[in-house]
Design a protein around this ligand. Structure first.
Ligand SMILES: [Zn+2]
Length: 61
């Protein structure tokens, strides 16, 4: 089964960087299945609502 790629929800390009969860996400919103990715095209950090199990279906960034 071919792996899918996580894409930017604004421009649709594939993410190239995964950003480690910051202090706020780690300590305050640790229970939320949110991951941060950096879109090279928008040059913006995008928050993606995705669980670890769901993320495993995608190719690693
Ligand atoms: Zn983008």
């Amino acid at each position: 089964m071919a792996k899918k790629y996580l894409k930017c929800n604004k421009c649709g390009s594939v993410f190239h960087f995964v950003i480690p969860r910051g202090w706020l996400l780690k300590n305050v919103f640790f229970f939320l299945p949110v991951k941060t990715y950096f879109c090279a095209k928008c040059t913006k950090t995008r928050y993606v609502w995705i669980t670890n199990a769901k993320e495993a279906e995608y190719e690693r960034v």
